[in-house]
Design a protein. Structure first.
Length: 461
């Protein structure tokens, strides 16, 4: 019999399952390190009575009792803090004389160590095939993930002068345009009782330069990353500054159009509602996993959508699609960063941020509603362009039509526009393509004709 006959989803050893014939009481670290590693991760199972080749031979009831007692003893004497363990049994034969013991190790809220003697402690982490001692970098990342990257009290005293950008953000979005008081920040536990800043507030400090604040913004030609990057910006520094600059990047690279009103007039309509874009960026900053080294928030603008991708697993127990539209419960990964944004009136405690995005798209069809896509280790919050319509293949357009289409995306320089045409000569390109478009009023030049900073824009009338 194979283990899959008892547990249909257990096919091989991996990051969640491990097989043991028996647990060696003379050298317990050989299996106890797996318990520690599972507790430091997402949890897992050790199946006792199963060979490496997945063959089931089982244990009798007396052996199972001894195995449970051994696990309890090692957990009590060598594993700190003690981990939560539960058991399952399934018969390995027709006579119910032999059983497979499934030891379920639950994920711990603390960093778990294996202790041998008074001064020898080891933190283990789980890979696909084995449990290995954690590196110092692993332990730092694990600590941040377990305890929160933003909730430590620093030795820096808060002052408005050192957080001027954050203060400006509060003044911009708070309904009364006021500056938060020290007492208010203390009530939210953003500051300690003595006025020391929590580590989350430090990420809003004017001189913050940590790599974990990186936001990479890109404007793509077309609907995927096989196209040309038309504009890009790497943003690093205080989170308040990052939010502001990312919103400005999106603003300058998206369109504004018009729709007819009931009385025959015209009403301005944006490709992306400002409220939806702001909520999406705030959520990405508030909920990303800052403990994953070498990652960033990615903002990718395509011809039909914006993808705002942030590192970090989905925290809720059910899939996004299992919740009613706009009724996603609020779980805060970074409590202090979220509190800072809440004080600035940028984040709702009740989890209504996504509802705000839904409301801003209420006049859009169902296929253009905001959505969340969940992938291993990161989340993609997608907003659709309300002005986008299916267009002809770009390659089938004339050079003049290509210029018009590009300028619908954002202002462009002559060099950028010439690059998509067959023209080698700049002067010929200007005479035969650009000047006729200017003369007919379809486009106009902003800036001096001799300035390299001059750009062309599309007339809205």
């Amino acid at each position: 019999m194979k283990i899959s006959e008892l547990y249909s989803d257990v096919l091989n050893e991996n990051s969640k399952y491990e097989f043991k014939a028996k647990l060696n009481q003379d050298n317990p670290i050989k299996w106890a390190k797996t318990i520690v590693a599972y507790a430091n991760g997402e949890g897992g199972f050790i199946f006792v009575g199963v060979g490496d080749n997945r063959d089931v031979f089982g244990l009798d009831l007396d052996e199972i009792d001894k195995t449970k007692n051994l696990v309890a003893l090692i957990n009590d004497r060598h594993i700190f803090p003690h981990v939560k363990i539960s058991y399952q049994m399934r018969s390995a034969d027709d006579n119910a004389e032999k059983f497979v013991l499934a030891i379920k190790i639950h994920s711990s809220e603390s960093v778990v160590r294996y202790r041998e003697g008074d001064f020898n402690e080891t933190v283990f982490v789980k890979g696909d095939a084995n449990s290995t001692p954690a590196t110092p970098e692993d332990i730092i990342a694990l600590s941040k993930r377990k305890f929160g990257v933003d909730n430590e009290t620093t030795d820096v005293i808060y002052s408005e002068e050192a957080w001027s950008d954050y203060i400006d953000l509060c003044k911009e979005f708070r309904s009364d345009k006021s500056t938060p008081t020290v007492k208010e920040l203390q009530n939210e536990e953003i500051l300690s009782k003595d006025g020391y800043a929590k580590s989350g507030l430090m990420m809003f400090k004017d001189d913050y330069s940590g790599d974990d604040s990186l936001i990479c913004c890109r404007l793509w030609r077309g609907k995927d990353k096989t196209g040309t990057v038309l504009d890009s910006e790497k943003i690093k520094g205080a989170l308040s500054k990052g939010l502001r600059l990312a919103l400005q990047f999106i603003e300058r690279n998206t369109k504004t159009g018009w729709k007819k009103t009931a009385d025959g007039g015209r009403e301005e309509i944006r490709s992306y509602p400002k409220e939806a874009v702001r909520e999406a960026m705030v959520n990405a900053i508030a909920h990303r996993d800052y403990s994953i080294y070498g990652t960033q928030i990615d903002v990718d603008i395509y011809s039909d959508r914006i993808d705002i991708v942030s590192p970090g697993s989905w925290l809720l127990p059910k899939d996004y699609n299992d919740y009613p539209q706009g009724a996603i419960p609020s779980i805060r990964r970074n409590t202090i960063i979220a509190a800072c944004l809440d004080v600035a009136n940028l984040m709702e405690r009740g989890g209504t941020g996504f509802q705000t995005m839904i409301e801003s798209y209420k006049d859009s069809p169902s296929d253009k509603q905001p959505c969340v896509m969940i992938y291993p280790g990161f989340l993609d919050l997608r907003l659709f362009d309300r002005l986008y319509q299916q267009e002809e293949s770009f390659t089938e357009l004339t050079d003049s039509e290509k210029i018009i289409e590009l300028l619908k995306e954002s202002p462009k320089s002559a060099k950028e526009l010439q690059a998509v045409t067959s023209y080698k000569s700049r002067s010929q390109f200007l005479v035969e393509v650009i000047n006729p478009l200017i003369d007919t009023g379809k486009i106009y030049r902003e800036g001096s004709p001799k300035s390299p900073a001059a750009v062309f824009k599309l007339n809205q009338v």
